[in-house]
Design a protein around this ligand. Structure first.
Ligand SMILES: *Cc1c(COP(=O)(O)O)cnc(C)c1O
Length: 387
C-alpha cells in the first residue's frame, strides 16, 4: 500500500488533500515521491517561516533535543524563559502563556478576558464580541468565536457568550457594547481564512478606544498574521494600537507546534497557580525552535518581506485574469476571474503550491524565500490566472 492509500484508509477524512505525496524539501522547494519539485507558496499555511529543513532552525531544534526534550511545567527550563522574554521585549507585553496551537492560544485569551472581566464586573460579564467572517480555531469555544456559520453546523451547542458583528462596522460594535456585558473584543487585523481582508484603520482605532473607555480587554488574534508575516513583527503594529491580549502560533515555531498568549501590563496578574495549564505548553524543543525563528526576524528581514510583497503586488496588480490583490507583507489574497481552485490546480501542475481562502488564491510563502524562486512562482501564478 502506498502511503497515500494508507492515509485514505486510516486517517479520518477531515482534509481534502491534493494528490501529491511530499517526501522532502529544502527552503522553499519541496519534492514529491516521483522526484517532481514544487515551489512552496503556502509554507504549511504560514508555519515554516524559514522554509523546510532550514539549517539554523534545525540546529536549534536538534541541540535542544540533545539536552532535554520535555520536563513538564513542574520545573523550570531555559528555552521557554528565553522565548517569553523575547516575546515581551518585541511587543511590550508583560506575561506569556504557552500553548500548542492557535486555537489553544485563543482559548487562553478568552479565559484571561473572562476572568479579568468577571473579577472586575461580576459573573454576568462574559460576552466576547468577535467579527463576522473571522477564524479563531476549531475547538468548540474558538468555533463559537469564529463568525462563520458554516463551521458551526451540527456541532451545537457551542460555548455560549459569543456574538459576532460585521467587520469595520463601528455602529454595530457600539451597539453590541451597549447591549451586552462585554468581557472582550476579539479580532484578526487581517482576516486570513476569511479571504485575506485587512481591517480598516479607523475601525481598529475606535475598537481600541471603546475597549479603553469601558475597561474591556482588546484581544488581537495574530495566529496567522504574527511573527513577521505582514512586514511588521505583529500586524497590530501597522495600526498603532495597544492590545491587552495578543495570541500567536502558526509561524512562531517554524514548523513545530507552539502557540502563545501574551498579556499586557493590565492583565498580567489575571492568572495564578492552577488557573490554566497545558501538559505540552512551553515544550523546550518547540520554544528553542520559536526562539530561533523570532530572533532572526530583525529589521532587515522585515524590509525583505516588504520588498518581496511590493514585487508580488506590482507583478499581479494589472495581470490578466486578476481582479484584485489584498493583504500585507507575505500574506496575500488574489481575487481571480477564474475560480481560485482552478488556478491553484493549474499552479500545482506547473510545480507551484498555493492556498485558497474563500474565493481567493492565497499566498503565504516562507519569509526568506529567495527572490529568484519567488519570481519563478509568480510567473507560474500569473500564467494560471490568465484568461
Ligand atoms: C489558523 C488560525 C487559528 C487556529 O490555529 P490552529 O493552530 O489550527 O489551532 C486561529 N486563528 C487564526 C487567525 C488562524 O489563522
Amino acid at each position: 500500500m502506498s502511503f497515500l492509500e494508507k492515509d485514505v484508509k486510516y486517517i479520518a477524512p477531515t482534509y481534502k488533500r491534493f494528490p501529491v505525496e511530499i517526501v522532502s524539501g529544502k527552503g522553499s522547494v519541496v519534492k514529491d515521491i516521483n522526484g517532481k519539485e514544487y515551489i512552496d507558496m503556502g509554507s504549511g499555511i504560514g508555519v515554516t517561516a524559514f522554509g523546510i529543513a532550514d539549517e539554523k532552525w534545525q540546529k536549534a531544534v536538534t541541540e535542544q533535543i540533545g539536552k532535554v526534550q520535555h520536563m513538564s511545567n513542574l520545573y523550570y527550563t531555559e528555552p521557554g524563559a528565553n522565548l517569553a522574554q523575547l516575546l515581551c521585549n518585541l511587543t511590550g507585553m508583560s506575561k506569556v502563556f504557552f500553548a500548542n496551537s492557535g486555537a489553544e492560544a485563543n482559548e487562553c485569551a478568552i479565559k484571561a478576558a473572562r476572568k479579568y472581566s468577571a473579577e472586575k464586573k461580576g459573573d454576568n460579564c462574559y460576552t466576547i464580541i468577535t467579527l463576522k467572517n473571522s477564524f479563531h480555531g476549531r475547538t468548540l469555544t474558538t468555533l463559537a468565536a469564529t463568525g462563520q456559520d458554516v463551521f458551526h453546523k451540527l456541532y451545537n451547542p457551542l460555548t455560549p457568550g459569543f456574538i459576532s458583528i460585521t467587520a469595520n462596522s463601528v455602529e454595530e460594535l457600539k451597539k453590541a457594547v451597549e447591549e451586552n456585558e462585554v468581557a472582550g473584543i476579539m479580532m484578526e487585523m487581517i482576516q486570513g481564512e476569511g479571504g485575506v481582508l485587512p481591517l480598516d484603520e479607523a475601525f481598529v482605532r475606535t475598537a481600541e478606544e471603546i475597549c479603553r473607555v469601558n475597561d474591556i480587554p482588546l484581544i488581537i488574534d495574530e495566529v496567522q498574521t504574527g511573527n513577521g508575516r505582514t512586514g511588521k513583527m505583529y500586524a497590530y503594529m501597522h495600526y498603532s494600537v495597544n492590545p491587552d491580549i495578543v495570541t500567536t502560533a502558526k509561524g512562531l515555531g517554524g514548523g513545530l507546534p507552539i502557540g502563545a498568549c501574551l498579556l499586557s501590563d493590565k492583565l498580567q496578574s489575571v492568572f495564578s497557580y492552577g488557573d490554566h495549564g497545558s501538559t505540552f505548553g512551553g515544550n523546550p524543543v518547540c520554544c528553542a525552535a520559536a526562539y530561533s525563528v523570532l530572533s532572526r526576524i530583525d529589521y532587515r528581514m522585515l524590509e525583505e518581506v516588504k520588498e518581496k510583497s511590493a514585487f508580488i503586488f506590482d507583478s499581479l496588480k494589472n495581470a490578466s485574469g486578476v481582479e484584485s490583490v489584498s493583504g500585507k507583507g507575505l500574506m496575500i489574497g488574489i481575487k481571480t476571474k477564474k475560480p481560485a481552485a482552478t488556478v491553484v490546480s493549474e499552479c500545482l501542475e506547473d510545480g507551484v503550491l498555493c492556498l485558497t481562502a474563500k474565493d481567493k488564491v492565497r499566498l503565504l510563502p516562507a519569509l526568506n524565500i529567495p527572490k529568484t524562486v519567488l519570481e519563478k512562482a509568480i510567473a507560474v501564478i500569473k500564467k494560471a490566472c490568465q484568461i
